[in-house]
Design a protein around this ligand. Structure first.
Ligand code: NAD
Length: 302
């Protein structure tokens, strides 16, 4: 509902612009982050500081979490007491890329028996989409709860890119598998462009040629070009990408589905995080290929 008071926990690369968009849309927002300074722009824009995770939860109708992953979601909701502080009738919306198991654990511990609703609603669209309010949102949970929260999603995303994927957990799964495909594309693209460039072909000509072929992807059409400038997209940390890839591998293990390619891609992401540091950009696996081949992917003949 438009009058719902919103809590927002996790003001990082994604959460910060998302919470700012809610404030700019005139919503009443209470914020919290373990790093107090992360809230400065929000407090300047009229947000209330929540003092603690449970402090936020106790005074809102809709609590949004936008945290790094399952470990932090469990910490905030259970150990820091946000779940126990939520009021009956309120809604917890986890927009983090996390796992269905943790949300289930939180619900079983202190939501279901007190009439507190929940949705999993992770997003795609990078920092660019979070800033522009054009995210894609993958929602798992009851349709009537989604309708209640829809006015909030409509500030963060275009209405046509809020997808109801099914019951609890379906949003997380959609995000995890979609992300994994992008990571696999990234590694495959890095490998073939490095091969072509090493063979002496202008990498930009090669990229455009592949983009016009059946092997195209949005990665080859658009996203990969930032590496020409040495930009490996620090808006999404390689350690978080490795965490996401690990979630895909865990899902395969739980469901008894073999995910050999995902497991290999996860290891490449982990190697990139170890080599370049956890805060390096999500496209750092490209740099692994560049370094091994002794080249830099840049337009022009070698
Ligand atoms: P981030 O690391 O930039 O931000 C996370 C924020 O959570 C930080 O401000 C941190 O201080 C805060 N935090 C961590 N632990 C906390 C705790 N225990 N209590 C309170 N606050 C805590 O991460 P991000 O890039 O904003 O990503 C957030 C989520 O969105 C992740 O699950 C990520 O996988 C997903 N995601 C990111 C992108 C992207 O492009 N960055 C895109 C889509 C989805």
């Amino acid at each position: 509902m438009a009058s719902d008071r919103i809590g927002f926990i996790g003001l990082g690369n994604m959460g910060s612009p998302m919470a700012l968009n809610l404030l700019r849309a005139g919503r009443d927002v209470v914020v919290f982050d373990i790093s107090r300074g992360a809230a400065d722009p929000h407090l300047a824009a009229g947000a209330t500081w929540g003092e603690s995770a449970s402090g936020v939860a106790s005074q809102v109708d809709v609590l949004i979490t936008m945290l790094p992953g399952p470990r932090q979601v469990e910490d905030v909701m259970l150990r820091q007491g946000a779940a126990a502080a939520l009021r009956p009738g309120s809604v917890w919306v986890d927009m983090s890329t996390s796992s269905p198991e943790i949300a289930h654990l939180v619900a079983g511990a202190s939501l279901d028996d007190r009439g507190i609703h929940r949705l999993d609603a992770p997003v795609s669209g990078m920092v660019r989409g979070a800033t522009a309010g054009t995210l894609q949102v993958f929602v798992g949970g009851d349709a009537d709860v989604l309708e209640r929260v829809r006015p909030v999603f409509d500030i963060l995303a275009r209405p046509e890119t809020v997808f109801h994927m099914g019951r609890h957990g379906a949003g997380y799964v959609t995000k995890i598998v979609g992300n994994q495909l992008w990571f696999s594309h990234l590694v495959a693209t890095a490998e073939v462009l490095t091969l072509g460039a090493k063979a002496g072909i202008d990498v930009e000509l090669l990229r455009r040629t592949i983009a016009a072929s059946p092997s195209s992807s949005t990665l080859i059409e658009r996203d990969i070009m930032c590496v020409y400038e040495g930009d490996y997209d620090e808006g999404f940390a390689v350690s978080l990408a490795a965490k996401d890839s690990g979630l895909a591998v865990s899902l395969g293990r739980e469901l008894g589905v073999s995910v050999e390619l995902s497991a290999l891609v996860e290891q490449i992401y982990r190697r990139a995080a170890l080599t370049f540091g956890p805060l390096a950009g999500e496209m750092s696996p490209v740099k692994l290929y560049e370094d091994v081949a002794g080249i830099k992917l840049q337009p022009g003949l070698r």
